[in-house]
Structures are given as C-alpha cells and as structure tokens.
Design a protein. Sequence first.
Lengths: 167, 373
Amino acid sequence: MSSVSKYFSGLFTGIKSLLTGMGETWKELWTKKVTQQYPENRDTLVISDRFRCELTMPHDENNEHACTSCGICQMNCPNGTIRVTSKTIETEDGKKKKILDTYNWDLGMCTFCNLCVLTCPSDAIKFENTFENAVFTRDKLKQQLNHEGSKMREKKKEVKPVEPKAE
Amino acid sequence: MSLNYSQPLEISNLTSWLDAALRGCLAEFWVLLIEFVLVAVVLLAAYAVIALILIYAERKITAFFQARFGPNRVGKWGLLQSVADMIKILLKEIIKINRSDRFLFFVAPFFMIVASMLTFGAVPFGKGLHAIDFNIGVLYVTAVSSLGIIGVLLAGWSSNNKYSMIGAMRSGAQFVSYELSAGFALMTIVVLAGTMQFSAMIEGQRYCWNIFNGHISSIIAFVIYLISGHAETNRGPFDLPEAESELTAGYHTEYSGLQFGFFYLAEYLNMFIIASIATTVFLGGYMPIQVHGWEGFNQIMTYIPTYIWFFGKTAVLIFLSLWVRWSFPRLRIDQLLNLEWKYLLPINLVNILLMVILVLTGLTLTDLFPGLF
C-alpha cells in the first residue's frame, strides 16, 4: 500500500472507530443506573443468603433450640469469639444432664470464618445476612445467642416415622 | 424583507428602556459610567453562574454516561451541590509553597481568569446582549483566548515542582499546536461569511447557517474547530497536561483554595466559550431558525427569545464535548501532536483553499439556491 492511501485509509478507519466508540457511550447513557441508594432502598435490597454477618441460634415457636452445649464450636473458633457455658441439672428420672446455660458470641472478635457452623453436630447455629451491625459501644457487640428461658429441643421419636407417611 | 417581528421577551427591551431612562435624567458621562459598571457586574455574575451550572451539568452528564446518578443529595436532584462546593473552596486556606516564585505563583491564576473573561466579554449572548462587538471579533477572540496559556506556563514554572512543570510544558505544546487549527477553522468561515464581526456574521446566517452554507468545507471546519477547541481547553481525551496517573494534577498541583478555584473556573468557562464561539460562527449564534417566506413560522420562532436560542445551541455543543470526553481514552503526547500536525493542519489548509474555491465559483448554498436559503 502506498503511503498516501495508507494515510487516507488510516484517517477514515480512525474516524469510523471513533464514531463506533461514541455510539457505545450513547447507548450507555440510556442504560439503567446501577447505583444503589442504600438507606432508602432497604425494602428492595437483596443480600445474598450466603453472606455471613451475624451468628444466630434459631429458636422454634416453643422457645427451644438445638444446642447440646457440646462446646465444639468454641473449640473450633480460631480467635475465641464463642464462649459456651453449661450447667448440670437432674432430670425427673434422676439422670444427670448437661444443658446450655449461656451461649456468648463477640461480633467484634469474629472473622466470619463459618467454622463454628460447619462443625456444629446438631445444626444449632447459623449465620444470618443481617448486615447492619454498627453499634456505638463495643459492649453491644457481645451477644448472648440463646434466648431467655429457652431449653434444648427434645428428640421426638414418635413424630419422625409419621412424617414420611404424610408425604 | 420584513424583519420586524415582535420580540416581547427580549432583554434588549429592558436594556434600551434603562438606557433611555438614564439618559433622561443624567449627563452623557454618567450614563456611560453607570452602564459600563452594570455591564461589568452582569458579566462577572454571569461568568460565575454559568460556571456553577456547567460544573453541575458536567457532573450529572458524566454520571449518566457511567450509569450513575451523580450528585443527588444536596438539594433537589443535587442542584445545590456546586454552590456548596463553591462555598467550600472560598473558605479554604491558600497555602504558600516553600521556595516557589511567590509573585508569579500569585499572578498565574489571574492570567487564566482574565484571558477567559476577556473572551467571555466578546461572546454575543443574544440580541443586544453583546458587550463588545469589534469589527475584528474573530481575530480578537483568537488573540485574547490564547493569553490563558501564559497563566498555565507561569503556574507550572513558579510552583517549583517537576510535575507541574511537565504538565505546563505539555499544555503549552498542545495549546500552541491546536491554536493553529482553531484559527484556520475560524478563518475558513470568515472566508465564507466575508466578515469578522460577530453581529454581522450572525445576521448573515439568518436563513442558512454557515455550517450548511459552505456544506463540505464548513462541516470539516466545524469538526476541526470542535476537536481543536476541545484540545485547547485541556479536556477529554486531550487532558494529558493533568494526567492524574503521571502528574498528580499537572500545572495546578500546588494550588489550593481560591487560586485553584480560578483554574477550575477558567477551565469550565473555556469549554463554554469554545462552544459559544462555535455556535456563533457555525450554527447561527442567537439567530432563531427562520425560513424564507414562512412568515407564521418565523414569527413563532422569533417569539422564543434570542438568548434561549444561543444557550440552547451552546448546550448541545457542550453536551457533545462531554460525550467525546467520556468516550475516548487519553492520548499520548506523540499521538496528540501527530493528530494536529499530520492530520488536522494539512486537512485544514486544503479545506480553506476549498472554501475559497466554493465562494469564488458560487457553489455555496446561498449562491446555488438564492430563493430557498
């Protein structure tokens, strides 16, 4: 190609590519805005279920949880965020039994590694995606996860066989 | 030709009434003095207000190009954002730089602002809203607007900072190069219009804008003027004098507070001035759209005041400049100079010759279709 035709073809391909670029930005101008206006859009905000923000211990309608107070979560916690205290009571038929007294978790120390949830043998705890964790003092970060007056859920042996039949 | 359409919303009605009222009760000298002061105050106020509006518009349009909302917290739709920014910049401390050339450092922002202010005064905003109407208006604008580069070079030199210096030198090279193209593009239209006076130029575009009148040649000149004007204002893909990644902020790195504000203001106003000169020279300035023989249409169009026409056309060009700015990546210095010296300047020289031929052989639209345009 001679240098003259090179000059002109370069010029026109240049102009064409510039116009293509401007066409792209023109389309971009009319696209939907991606900005999330956070405090206003709380109702429509979608946070992934897998997002780990706050450790919780689910309680059912009878104020019962599944924690056996075995302390495996406490042992597995890399930085001592969880403290499980248990007490021993005597049941009606005279057996001694270890039950959960308090389950303390310190959000300020937690690295949200999920090891406690993974190792829990009875699926008693789980991470929720409630992400608004800011408080004014560090003391408020220390939470007790078991509710007041809650007790461990007894295994109901009669119910279990019924369920498959009902399906 | 009947040109006596009623223009009830025109500001020239107010100014001529004011002039008559003042002349009724004062001597010639005092009338002129008061009017000069009034014009100066109005121009300065317009300068600041237009800059605020432009900064807001730029931030909004930029955001839209990037699928964001832009400022939307201060006031309704963020309308007060640029006012808040202005107050902030007025309250900031002006820092004295150690081992800088104090005097030149202080003077540099004024060069910038005075150059753009002088140009601003020559812009015809509307019928009767034209502070200075030289018979060499185009030449005046070209001459005065190029004073700003002295401010940039002084700022870079006096800051005693290598980044500022490199930024200023790049800006100087860029400005000197592109000033040539801008000047030639304007000269092309001067050939077509046969005058350098802005008001006469606008009057000549009553039925056919210069960009259509000179067809091929005018459109090439228009594009070249926009590119080189864009480059002169150090914006968009040509903002390498202030390339953040290499030079922090280029020539105004060391400036703070109001002095930085001056550079900032001048940059935005230069964008406006480039757009308004392009409007005046190519797009018929403040002249409403008018068609030969369509009396009713012309009447309706002239009801819309001339300053609205002017600002509307200018806004379109400013939008174009923002569009370009957010479409293209920054040029390297060699690419920048290549574009000017290998492409724009030769094309421009051929183009001005083409325009002369068009005008002399009567191939412009007004010559070809005398009744229509």
